[in-house]
Design a protein around this ligand. Structure first.
Ligand SMILES: Cc1ncc(COP(=O)(O)O)c(C=O)c1O
Length: 1003
């Protein structure tokens, strides 16, 4: 047939198809086509409409993204063939569209769904250029016949519950459709933008490209149905289906703007498409009961319909309005107008008006010192702290602001599983007025008691009153009063009228108000949805527009005006400002850099109050913003902070404590301000004491940012912009068992140490000695590489025998990080002559130290003074001691050992499943995961590593890459990283490793 009609010599393979029979055709030149043999009942008009649709769409979509129809030998796009029993069929030859189905493709990120929406909108726009008139024939999947079709086939559904769900959906659809039906736009639509017709070409670290096939169901119907159909399939199997729909709609609307009425019908239409699928599926199953696949394929649609039945349809409508750039809640504009005219007519909530004099605004936003401090305090401490603030501000009442981003909401109820892992609700929708428990509150205006409820879960509202208001000249709305005393629940009755200024309730005690500092949470609500007696007081940042539209600013009603409306810092232009003010050699992480405003233990928190699990900041050793460290700093800053030219017990004590942690004879300490300074001083000591200049370093080592440190850091001087090593620096190969020069773990230590020996011998030949051999005790920039057994011990022997000093750089890996030992050089059973410390030593405060032997220190004191202005200051010393205290008090070294081992074992298990993981290595909380394209060739996979880092960031885990091939995921978290965090990391990593783009380029 192909030869006769198209002149093709080819191979043929059948493809799936519901209406047509489809065949994959490959010709002798390797080009691919699809031969479509239409159903005998298919009309020529419908096929011509499809051809026209493809031609129109080809003008707007990138080439190759939809099938192109090829003419036959006769020059026609449609040809006729006849079967043996004389049945006639139309045939077409179309180009093969590359890609995998959207159903198979993962991840469905927000950006991806937006792209799908863009493609869907583009196709819809293109189809409006079709000039053919629609035919009168009806087909089953048309939205304008949906009610009829569903009613007809509903009896095929045997399950009562499912039938009820379909009936409820029908009812909603009819109710919303009837008043607007005549005003809905009609046009040509593809009508089957489903996840098996959307084809995706995956790409690593780029947006995948999207194609579309199968125009066989195209029809002339409601234009809104196009978006609704695409949404229905996109929402399948999603943790939050509406979120998926929203991102698709944003894309669709950008290409093909939806009208207000279309947005209104969208949600009920989505339900209709699911109902069509379920009823027609049940009908097909009735006719082919042996086809088990039919039953299975209905399951996701069934689950989705069930899930969506729980959704308030106005809520979905508001979400979709917002996605299309409209005010989410239609009543809001009217309410705002009314509230403005009514200003001045409200009774004060607290009896006394809240004025500039007696009221102070609190900054409880993420990143504010008040909120950061409050989270570590008991309720009594919080009360005391608040009173102190009020005293300082000379105010009686404190107010917490509307629309403020807050990260204090820690309970599970504030977590939402979104397309990208957990999103926390952080946007405050009311205003908090803080006052003593028992303080009376009054109705700002007349209303009816609508709900009364004791929401007595921890961190909930406690006793809550909701009043309904029906102002004469404004819309109906509600006011909510949360965290009240319990008595109001007895005194008030539902349905009771509450007069203007009537005493409503009193502020509750912490014991009854959900466990908060006494205050009242006051919120205006324009739509209660289906909530009864409770209502979200905090919203997801991704839904801020919706919720601030439904819950407008109550500041005016409280007499606070704009003051209590949070004015968000302008984060929008931070990138530009940074580029202008900082030199460009300062780099930023991630394609879309994060805005980080707060740290808390093992998390960094962004400007929207979202928590990122920090797996890379080893500087925040005992946890970000640890209160004990902050207190040590602050307390000492009040007392004294000066240099080491006076006798003082604090810096001496600190130096003694550090030295006690090191093995003999390392007993003499110099306090400096950074790791770079420590290495700089260590080299100065080695140069001075040995009276030599040559230094032996490791390939890919990094030791700091000063000139001499760059000289001894091959990672820098051999990297981009570097000028290579000076002649006094000698490099040995990285002792890297996985992919280095010597790969036998048993002998590698000796062989790599032999390279050190060789350099020593070469120096001897020139009458020189090594001044120093400097080596990290586990390699950081080299790619999280633990040293092979015996390497340090033997290298030290060689160096010492040739008169040099051995420097252990513990800047990255000291202070218990290795788990088994406090110092990582102890893993090698070796003792250096000089140890340099930095990073974790001050938990972020700039401290460094050099610890050596008394003998070396005495020889170094040759008359030239060593002075360091800030090194050994009392504030730094107090901070350093607090770090040592916390490591011990919180058992952090043991945690690093146990949690680190658990993690390493689980990573090794992942390695069994995912050949992309070539190596898992390291100790304690210093681990490396090396990614390779092929475990045999060990070819580095830097693009895969970048992909994982970016994807994990989207899922709120911070990791980064390391190593000369940029293909090692480095793990070195704050030491408070716990077992639950480790489970989260393993779970998310596994999730990402399964994603489609990561399967590319592996061989
Ligand atoms: C091993 C090592 N030594 C020294 C330094 C220098 O420390 P700092 O940047 O704190 O001066 C670094 C910094 O990354 C390092 O990784």
């Amino acid at each position: 047939m192909l030869e006769e009609n198209y002149g093709l010599t080819c191979t043929v393979k059948e493809l799936p198809g519901e209406r047509d029979r489809n065949y994959l055709v490959r010709d002798s030149e390797g080009d691919s086509y699809v031969l479509k043999i239409s159903n005998a009942g298919e009309s020529q008009d419908h096929l011509n409409a499809q051809i026209s649709a493809l031609e129109c769409t080809a003008k707007l979509l990138e080439q190759g993204k939809i099938p192109q129809v090829f003419p036959g030998k006769n020059g026609e796009l449609l040809s006729r063939v006849c079967t043996n029993n004389n049945i006639k069929h139309w045939i077409r030859l179309v180009s093969y569209v590359d890609g995998i189905t959207m159903a198979e493709y993962r991840p469905h990120t927000r950006e991806f769904l937006f792209e799908v929406g863009l493609a869907c909108g583009t196709v819809t726009k293109a189809l409006q250029d079709i000039t053919m008139q629609p035919s009168a024939s009806k087909h089953l999947w048309e939205m304008h016949n949906a009610i009829e079709t569903i009613q007809k086939y509903l009896p095929c559904i045997s399950e009562n519950k499912l039938r009820d769900l379909v009936n409820q959906s029908l009812e909603l659809y009819s109710k919303v459709l009837t008043p607007i039906e005549s005003e809905l736009r009609h046009g040509w639509i593809h009508n089957d933008f489903n996840d098996y017709n959307v084809l995706v070409v995956p790409k690593l670290n780029e947006t995948p490209s999207i194609g579309l096939i199968d125009f066989g169901d195209m029809t002339h119907s409601y234009l809104a149905a196009e978006a609704a159909v695409a949404c229905a399939y996109t929402m399948l199997d999603k943790p939050d289906p509406l979120e998926a729909a929203v991102h698709l709609i944003i894309g669709f609307h950008q290409q093909f703007p939806l009208e207000e009425k279309e947005i209104k019908i969208l949600f009920p239409m989505i339900l209709m498409r699911l109902c069509l699928s379920l009823t027609l599926g049940a009908y097909q199953l009735q006719n082919a009961p042996e086809n088990k696949y039919l039953g299975i394929s209905q399951k996701p649609a069934c689950e989705l319909l069930e899930k969506l039945q729980e959704v308030n349809h106005r809520y979905a409508h508001y979400l979709f309005r917002d996605a299309c750039g409209l005010e989410a809640c239609k009543v809001t504009t009217e309410f705002r107008k009314w509230q403005k005219t009514a200003t001045g007519s409200f009774h004060s909530l607290m009896g006394e008006p809240l004025t500039n004099k007696n009221t102070s605004m609190l900054d409880l936003s993420t990143g504010s010192p008040i909120s950061a401090k409050l989270q570590w305090m008991s309720i009594d401490e919080q009360q005391e702290y608040l009173e102190r603030i009020l005293l300082e501000m000379n105010a009686e009442t404190a107010v917490g602001k509307y629309a403020e981003v807050r990260s204090v909401y820690a309970a599970e109820e504030f977590h939402h599983v979104s397309l990208e892992g957990v999103e926390k609700r952080t946007i405050h929708l009311g205003i908090d007025v803080f006052a003593a428990a028992g303080t009376a509150i009054f109705a700002p205006l007349e209303g009816i008691v609508h709900h009364l409820k004791d929401n007595n879960n921890k961190l909930d509202y406690g006793p809550t009153v909701i009043l309904k208001h029906k102002p004469k000249d404004g819309p109906i709305f509600y006011t909510l009063y949360g965290h009240l005393g319990r008595t109001c629940l007895r005194k008030l009755k539902i349905g009771q009228t509450v007069r203007y200024g009537m005493e409503l309730a009193v502020i509750g005690e912490s014991t009854e108000n959900g466990g908060w500092l006494p205050h009242v949470h006051f919120q205006i609500i324009l739509d209660l949805f289906d909530f009864e007696g409770n209502y979200p007081g905090v919203a997801l940042p991704s839904q801020q527009n919706l919720w601030t539209s439904v819950c407008p600013d109550p500041g005016m009603m409280l007499g606070l005006g704009e003051k209590s409306n949070n004015q968000e810092i302008d984060y929008g232009n931070l990138f530009e400002r940074r580029k202008k003010v900082f030199g460009p050699s300062l780099s930023l992480n991630y394609q879309q850099p994060l805005i980080i405003v707060q740290g808390q233990a093992q998390s960094l928190i962004d400007h929207k109050g979202q928590f990122y699990l920090d797996c890379v900041n080893n500087v925040a050793h005992v946890g970000h913003s640890h209160p004990r460290i902050a207190k040590a700093y602050s307390d000492q800053a009040y007392v004294l902070n000066t240099n080491t030219r006076y006798l003082n017990h604090i810096n001496i004590k600190y130096a003694e404590r550090l030295c006690e942690l090191l093995p003999e004879p390392l007993n003499t300490c110099f306090l400096v301000c950074s790791g770079s300074e420590a290495n700089e001083l260590a080299l100065r000591i080695a140069f001075s004491v040995s009276e030599q200049k040559d230094v032996i370093v490791l390939e890919e080592a990094y030791h700091g940012n000063t000139n001499t440190n760059i000289d001894i850091s091959p990672y820098k001087h051999n990297g981009p912009g570097g000028n290579g090593p000076p002649e006094w620096v000698h490099e040995i190969p990285m002792p890297y068992v996985y992919r280095g020069l010597h790969r036998d773990a048993v002998t590698a230590g000796k062989f790599y140490a032999d390279h050190v020996l060789k350099i020593c011998e070469k120096l001897s030949l020139h009458g020189k000695k090594p001044a120093a051999f400097i080596c990290e005790s586990m390699l950081g920039c080299g790619g999280q590489v633990p040293l092979p057994d015996g390497f340090l011990k033997q290298s030290y022997q060689h160096v010492r025998q040739h008169g040099g000093f051995c420097i252990a750089d513990e800047v990255q890996v000291g202070f218990g990080r290795a788990g088994k030992h406090f110092w990582s050089f102890e893993l090698q059973d070796a003792v250096p002559d000089i140890v340099t410390l930095g990073k974790p030593i001050g938990n972020g405060h700039p401290i460094g130290a050099v610890i050596t032997t008394q003998e070396i220190a005495e020889t170094f004191a040759n008359g030239m003074e060593y002075f360091n202005t800030f090194g050994g200051s009392q504030v730094s010393s107090s901070v350093g001691m607090a770090v040592l205290d916390v490591i011990e008090l919180e058992g952090l070294q043991q945690n690093s050992l146990e949690t680190g081992n658990w993690l390493k074992n689980n990573l090794k298990e992942l390695k069994q499943t995912f050949p992309l993981i070539g190596d898992v290595r390291g100790e304690g909380f210093f681990l490396g995961i090396e990614l390779v394209l092929n475990p045999d060739t060990k070819e580095p996979a830097p693009l895969h590593a970048e992909y994982i880092v970016e994807r994990l960031k989207s899922r709120k885990i911070l990791l980064s890459t390391e190593g000369p091939g940029h293909n090692v995921l480095k793990f070195k978290p704050p030491m408070v990283f716990n077992h639950q965090n480790a489970e989260q990391l393993i779970g998310e990593l596994e999730h990402v490793l399964k994603e489609t783009p990561l399967q590319l380029h592996l061989y």
